[in-house]
Design a protein. Structure first.
Length: 100
């Protein structure tokens, strides 16, 4: 079992050290880049914006994006399930057809 190792990330020009499993390092760094980008987008040209406000708004935006993706995934899963059900019914009809 791997143990957490320190990883340095930068968010709005501030450095943070977090613990991370080696196999999750690349994913963590990608997430940090995404969060930094979102925070910079929200802060815009207002360098005086409070960091906590920017962080909360970025978190809210990302949570909203995640929720939309979950809803879209659920809709695709339901549509796929319906399609598979229809195909199964058609196959059952073919195999149960006495004329075949």
């Amino acid at each position: 079992m791997s143990s957490a190792q320190p990883v340095n990330i930068r968010l709005l020009d501030r450095e943070y050290t977090v613990g991370c499993l080696p196999e999750e390092r690349d994913s963590l760094l990608a997430a940090a880049r995404m969060l930094d980008g979102k925070m910079r987008e929200i802060r815009g040209g207002n360098r005086m914006a409070a960091l906590d406000r920017v962080a909360v708004l970025a978190a809210l935006n990302l949570a909203h994006d995640l929720e939309q993706l979950r809803m879209e995934s659920d809709q695709r899963e339901k549509a796929l399930s319906r399609s598979v059900g229809e195909l199964n019914r058609k196959l059952d009809g073919l195999f149960n057809d006495p004329a075949a």
